[in-house]
Design a protein around this ligand. Structure first.
Ligand SMILES: [Zn+2]
Length: 219
């Protein structure tokens, strides 16, 4: 079966996003991974090849049953990408990285509270932290699924973060916003353990504004 989403352009957009993620300091080396939802499965970065060495043919189409073309090895974290799409039905892109400040907070099991109204970009009044499980395991996929039912972005204990979006550009934008919020929170924690937060009813108002006006896509 041919997959209309499996185009050279979509494959290249994953490589471009990976390069952008490293250039902006959101990720280091080969540790992150990026996928797009397709008709028959997902397109995802391969295992262990640096983004600047990737060509569109290297991107792996992993089918719903977990199979992929011979001799291709998808990112070892492909399973939780499927889990993310199961939880976030409107997501068409998933971005995962080990951004330094987001991961710092994840290690300390400190969800990002409503220190700034932009925390609502994650879909609620915080950016939560999911428990730790070994990478590549079904246990980690289950935790990712659970965490992304209520949020578009999560931190992963002793690991990193995941951001989802209706487009790859929006998922990348969200990943950048989460790292910016994490940086802000890390800064605040150097001054006080309990920075002031916005009340839930204000976050609800912001969530409604985001819904009605939508987030402007950044190129
Ligand atoms: Zn990872």
């Amino acid at each position: 079966m041919t997959d209309r989403m499996d185009t050279r352009q979509n494959r290249q957009s994953i490589i471009d996003a990976g390069l952008e993620m490293n250039a902006t300091g959101l990720n280091q080396g080969t540790s992150g991974n990026i996928s797009l939802r397709c008709e028959t499965g997902i397109l995802i970065t391969p295992s262990g090849i640096a983004y600047d060495k990737l060509v569109p043919e290297d991107i792996v189409l992993v089918r719903e049953d977990g199979s992929c073309p011979d001799e291709q090895v998808p990112s070892s974290e492909w399973k939780f990408h499927f889990a993310a799409y199961r939880a976030q039905k409107t997501a068409n892109a998933v971005v995962h990285n080990h951004a330094l400040n987001a991961t710092t907070l994840a290690i300390l099991n400190r969800p990002i509270p409503a220190i700034h109204y932009m925390v609502a970009v994650g879909g609620g009044n915080d950016i939560p932290v999911i428990d730790y499980a070994t990478y590549g395991t079904g246990a980690l996929s289950d935790l990712v699924h659970e965490g992304l039912i209520e949020r578009k972005a999560i931190l992963m204990r002793h690991h990193g973060m995941i951001a989802t979006g209706p487009t790859l550009a929006k998922a990348m934008w969200l990943a950048g916003e989460v790292e910016a919020l994490a940086t802000l929170y890390v800064n605040l924690l150097q001054i006080t353990d309990t920075p002031p937060c916005l009340p839930d009813d204000e976050i609800d108002r912001v969530l409604k504004k985001f819904e009605s006006y939508g987030l402007r896509e950044k190129a």
